[in-house]
Design a protein around this ligand. Structure first.
Ligand code: SAM
Length: 268
């Protein structure tokens, strides 16, 4: 049987942070970008993050003392988050619930944050409707995502894997995240909102070819989850061979240029 999305997130809960790491100053900049505009307009604002995961975005904001509800439907992801905020979570609430059915009153929140989230749901419209329902007039919907350059060795290795999969008769679908963001933007505009997009941080990560291969091998990324096991296994074995033929030392690290982008919309 094909594993569910929930079981994938339970599996990656403890490796998630290692592979989607934000340097501390980047976390700080993201926290500022998501709180400053809200704080300017509302006293003691209440934030909600849907699909909060292990708290990459929420922990730095919670640590600054904001009222914050971190919501996720996966207990393993939330458990990692719970351990991180123990001691600093005075004003934080961790809620296990489905973002498509938010257990909050209409107009009760000042900001809703969704980072790397919409592409995971086929019926993202329902989660978007719910996010807009719980926001009070003037409140902020923030969407955020990490974006890497496509000239890194990491990207090259991923493209090589795609090619190997094609050779095995499997077409890997990539870019679901970006296309979903475009769909959501269209919907926001249709609703007469005015989404504004801004890069709020950039940084360089060093990653070796061995690590790039391992991240595919461990099926960390959601774009790897649909590949059937009988294709996946030979594909990563062939990729391992290609990596060792291509890189004399697979532990030498190469840069990946990242940026974090925030799109904000204010509800009417
Ligand atoms: N926002 C976090 C970040 O950027 O680090 C986590 C992103 S992770 C890719 C997406 C999270 O959404 C996972 O923790 C997953 O369990 C959660 N999720 C998926 N579907 C959900 C749903 N319907 N309701 C609530 N959370 C959901």
């Amino acid at each position: 049987m094909k594993p569910s999305m929930t079981s994938h997130f339970s599996r990656v809960a403890f490796t998630y942070d290692r592979t989607r790491y934000h340097p501390p100053e980047v976390s700080g900049r993201i926290a500022t970008a998501l709180t400053a505009p809200v704080e300017k307009l509302f006293r003691d604002p209440l934030f909600l993050e849907i699909g909060a995961g292990t708290g990459r975005i929420s922990v730095p904001i919670i640590a600054r003392g904001y009222r914050y509800i971190a919501l996720d439907d996966n207990p393993a992801m939330l458990e990692v988050l719970r351990q991180k905020v123990a001691g600093v979570a005075r004003k934080a609430r961790l809620v296990q619930a489905d973002a498509r059915e938010l257990p909050f009153e209409r107009g009760s929140l000042h900001a809703v944050i969704a980072v790397h989230f919409w592409h995971l749901l086929d019926d993202w419209q329902q989660a978007l409707r719910e996010s807009l329902r719980v926001l009070r007039p003037g409140g902020f919907l923030f969407e955020g995502w990490d974006q890497s350059d496509d000239e890194s060795e990491d990207w090259r290795i991923q493209q090589k894997w795609k090619e190997i999969l094609a050779g095995l008769g499997y077409t890997l679908v990539r870019g679901r995240h970006q296309s979903r963001l475009a769909e959501v933007e269209k919907e926001l505009i249709r609703l007469n909102l005015e989404p504004k997009t801004k890069t709020v941080a950039d940084w360089v990560e060093l990653r070796s070819p061995r690590m790039s291969h391992e991240m595919l091998l461990e099926r960390i990324y959601s774009f790897t989850w649909d590949v059937p096991e009988e294709v996946f296994r030979p594909s990563v074995a062939e990729l391992a061979q290609w990596v060792s033929d291509t890189y004399p030392d697979p532990d030498v690290e190469y840069p990946i240029h990242w940026k974090f982008v925030v799109r904000s919309s204010r509800v009417l």
